[in-house]
Design a protein around this ligand. Structure first.
Ligand code: GCB
Length: 620
């Protein structure tokens, strides 16, 4: 029922975008009602006299934001089940006079969303972290007020991504009857709600549906940027259902400064060459990283221009050999970290203050790469990665999955389709990560990951396929299907706690074993130690800033030995910043492995990582 929202909602002379962000009505389903009461009692019908979305269980809620940390009531923070959101809004009369098609577009809703406009159900979507849009043209009141209602359910099970186990304990000495407990297999807080912006999108009646850009580079003999020819293969799909003979596309390419370097009127799938192309480079591999051109396409039906769409893009290639990744044929050693979309009060809600602060810190640290651990990040983050010249390993939400049946496989395929549809045009994305730390030593993991790796290659053959393993080099069943190998290890933390002198030896032996066996680039995708900001001790002990610094330094010794032997393709610290987790006795209020505190100020380890990353950048 939903259309994957593929194109970012940029406005143009033919498209209008109206933001619905702001304060919404928000209600949980009270404990004394059945969880599906909102459906049977039709809470999506807005009755002014007897409004169901009012009373004790309701309040105002900002969108976008996770709802969990905003109220003071722990039962809202920990709520599992259906919550209801409602927004009143006006729709201009001219949209119907101009015969426009109107969609409501959600950047992401976690997890399951059912959507009504003016009491009519217009569709639903399962899965957080990815956009979807629903057509509302025929149910809107043009020139009047409209009611948008969204029911959101954050329940996770064995057939969601990520997965969660639900228990119904029958020990009446310990639990009241009907009590439910949850075992989360992933270790970040299951924030829920309308996490990213909501827009009404008004498109012309015949519109551009999707744009796919794939770039290639032919290098001049001197290997310099200026001698490169960039080729851009483009394919524009549209909603016109008459003959293809009626359709053409006017395509232009502009430099960052707005100078036109290409214009043609052609079929809607073709190729363009740009001589002396300025290539897209990651940070510190080139004096001007993140160079973006602008692609403009006008859809022409029977000689009339009907829709215009523009998007920034970069010209670059991604390749790899047995030890390293390459961008534009130059080896690039990844210096970065795993991250989370997580901040005080907002949870996983998009907050551009935090997003820009994060990119400024990434720049300050001298990093060139991030992994979108453990789910797709906002479209705004992906746009900024392009602009800042940050390489991205883009991950699906399949964190720590351990059951590999047909149902989860088919959902995982749908998520991969949606992710690649959304992110395929970002020059920053160099690899797709199928999962973080699945139980990839199980026999079923072999065909499960083989199927998904094949799917990715059929959708996009220009980037590397990977997943992140925490299994052993001799028992992992999925890694053989991958182009690059990402390994997570916590030497002297989860294993051999406190034994810092073992780090160098263990890290060298382990990563060397992976590389020797598979002869593919190996990336240390997670390592690190927790530290409480301001806690110091000499000699160092676990949880101090001093111990976190030493953990990094011991790993650097190992990484340098491997790197200089061509056995390591990159290093990524866990984590960029402290983040919220479920309540656990191994977490003092969250995962504290951040280089930054949760409010994005540096701990001692951040200064050490910075020193390392800038030094590495200068050596290359
Ligand atoms: C891991 C997971 C990551 C956790 C981290 C930790 O292996 O991939 O999601 O946050 O360990 O700190 O426990």
């Amino acid at each position: 029922q939903f259309v994957a929202a593929i194109l970012y909602p940029y406005e143009s002379e033919s498209r209008e975008v109206k933001a619905l962000d702001g304060l919404w009505t928000f209600c949980t389903t009270p404990q004394n009602l059945q969880q599906d009461a909102g459906f049977s009692e039709k809470w999506y019908i807005h009755e002014h006299e007897n409004d169901k979305l009012s009373g004790q269980h309701c309040q105002l809620m900002p969108v976008p934001a996770s709802y969990n940390d905003i109220p003071t009531d722990p039962s809202v923070r920990d709520f599992v089940g259906w919550v209801w959101y409602r927004k009143m809004h006006f729709v201009p009369k001219r949209w119907s006079q101009d015969n426009m098609k109107v969609f409501v577009r959600f950047g992401s809703v976690h997890y399951h969303a059912v959507v009504w406009m003016n009491g009519e159900q217009v569709g639903e979507h399962a899965g957080g972290h990815l956009p979807f849009q629903l057509e509302v043209t025929s149910v809107l009141n043009y020139g009047y007020s409209n009611t948008l209602t969204v029911a959101v359910n954050n329940t996770l099970t064995n057939i969601t991504l990520p997965q969660m186990q639900i228990h119904h304990p029958n020990d009446t000495m310990r639990y009241p009857s009907g009590y439910i407990t949850y075992t989360q297999k992933f270790d970040f807080f299951n924030y829920a709600g309308i996490h990213r912006p909501v827009y009404l999108l008004a498109l012309p009646s015949t519109y551009i549906d999707d744009v796919t850009l794939t770039t290639d580079v032919t290098y001049g003999t001197d290997g310099e940027d200026l001698a490169a020819v960039g080729t851009i293969q483009f394919s524009v799909s549209h909603s016109y259902n008459g003959s293809e003979d009626d359709v053409s596309c006017a395509v232009s390419v502009y430099t960052q400064g707005g100078r036109e370097v290409h214009h043609s009127i052609t079929t809607c799938s073709s190729e363009i060459s740009i001589k002396q192309a300025k290539l897209w480079w990651p940070r510190l591999l080139h004096p001007k990283p993140g160079y973006l051109y602008n692609f403009e396409v006008a859809l022409i039906i029977k000689g009339n221009g009907v829709d215009v769409y523009r998007l920034p893009f970069g010209i670059r290639t991604v390749s790899w050999n047995k030890s390293t990744l390459m961008v534009n044929n130059k080896p690039v050693y990844l210096r970065g970290f795993g991250m989370h979309e997580d901040s005080h009060l907002r949870g996983k809600g998009l907050d551009l203050v935090h997003t820009i602060r994060d990119f400024e810190l990434i720049k300050w640290l001298g990093a060139n790469a991030i992994r979108t651990s453990h789910y797709p990040y906002s479209e705004e983050t992906m746009n900024l990665a392009d602009q800042y010249g940050i390489l991205v390993i883009a991950e699906t939400p399949a964190c720590t999955i351990d059951s590999f049946g047909d149902e989860i496989l088919s959902h995982h395929k749908a998520v991969i389709n949606e992710l690649i549809a959304r992110d395929k045009n970002h020059p920053s994305v160099i690899a797709w990560s199928i999962s973080n730390e699945p139980y990839s030593d199980l026999t079923q993991a072999d065909s499960y990951f083989g199927t998904l790796a094949d799917l990715i290659r059929s959708l996009d053959s220009t980037r590397a396929v990977t997943f992140v393993t925490s299994r052993q080099w001799h028992n992992d069943k999925a890694v053989k299907h991958m182009d690059i190998i990402c390994v997570n290890r916590y030497a002297a933390w989860y294993s051999d706690s406190g034994l810092l002198p073992l780090i160098e030896r263990q890290t060298v032996e382990e990563l060397k074993a992976w590389h020797d066996k598979w002869q593919r680039p190996v990336i240390m995708s997670e390592y690190g130690a927790g530290s409480l900001s301001g806690f110091h001790k000499l000699p160092a002990v676990m949880w101090t800033e001093d111990y976190q610094v030493l953990t990094l330094q011991k790993h650097y010794l190992a990484f340098d030995r491997l790197r200089l032997n061509g056995q390591l393709g990159g290093e990524m610290i866990w984590n960029f910043a402290d983040f919220s987790t479920p309540q656990e006795y191994i977490r003092p209020g969250g995962c504290m492995k951040g280089l930054m505190t949760r409010d994005r100020q540096p701990k001692s380890a951040a200064h050490h990582a910075r020193w390392r990353y800038w030094k590495l950048a200068q050596n290359i």
